[in-house]
Design a protein around this ligand. Structure first.
Ligand code: ATP
Length: 199
């Protein structure tokens, strides 16, 4: 599994459509300060479902849309499309390529697409559980992240091992099941109270 291509339009400094093709192996991004290297990494995090404006270095989520220059008007929409090679079917999808698209409009509305079908953020997250990819997994290690991991509390560091061991998916499912059980207990209690009242 590797990143095949990234198409960016209207995201941060990328007012024009840019298509980056990656091959298997190492890719380096080189350029002068402020040319947009980190914006490319932000675009990858964003399309994978990043919701934290702090992580994306933006005030509000709409700030990721190209906000204009002296010579160009601001855009109304930002769009990032990431294509991942899935030859070995590591992602639970039958196709050899997985295309994820995220779009945001100035009014804050956001859309996600998986292989050109409209989906929810939840579906994108589920796709990447236990793969090491995804918004808070270890596939993106920016400056300072290794220090942060090394100095974090063992229980906070544990999520990396859980992701690598392939149990993140089950943890999320178990939390969801616990929530449903708690809700069912609440409902049973309510029914019992009503039954007592009508007896
Ligand atoms: P460095 O090497 O200094 O870390 P960099 O190449 O990583 O720089 P970025 O941080 O990716 O640079 O890009 C910064 C540029 O992106 C700035 O010029 C900033 O004005 C521009 N930028 C950020 N958000 C937007 C936006 N919404 N609209 C237009 N330009 C933006």
């Amino acid at each position: 599994m590797f990143l095949k291509s990234l198409e960016i339009y209207g995201f941060k400094s990328f007012a024009d459509k840019v298509n980056l093709e990656f091959s298997d192996g190492i890719t380096s991004l080189l350029g002068p300060n402020g040319c947009g290297k980190s914006n490319i990494v932000d675009a990858i995090k964003w399309v994978l479902g990043e919701q934290s404006t702090k992580t994306l270095r933006a005030g509000r989520m709409e700030d990721v849309i190209f906000n204009g220059t002296d010579t160009r008007k601001p855009l109304q929409v930002a769009e990032v499309t990431l294509v991942i090679s899935n030859e070995e079917r590591h992602l639970g999808i039958e196709e050899a390529e997985v295309e994820i698209k995220r779009r945001i409009f100035r009014n804050g509305d956001s859309e996600y697409y998986l292989n050109r079908n409209r989906v929810l953020l939840k579906n994108i997250r589920e796709l990447f559980y236990d793969t090491g990819v995804g918004k808070s997994a270890y596939s993106i290690l920016e400056q300072g992240k290794i220090d942060q991991i090394l100095s974090s509390k063992p229980e906070d560091r544990r999520y990396i091992f859980e992701e690598a061991a392939g149990i993140s998916r089950f943890k999320v499912q178990s939390l969801e099941a616990e929530r449903k059980l708690a809700k069912t207990d609440e409902n049973i209690l309510q029914v019992e109270t009503i039954l007592k009242e009508v007896k």
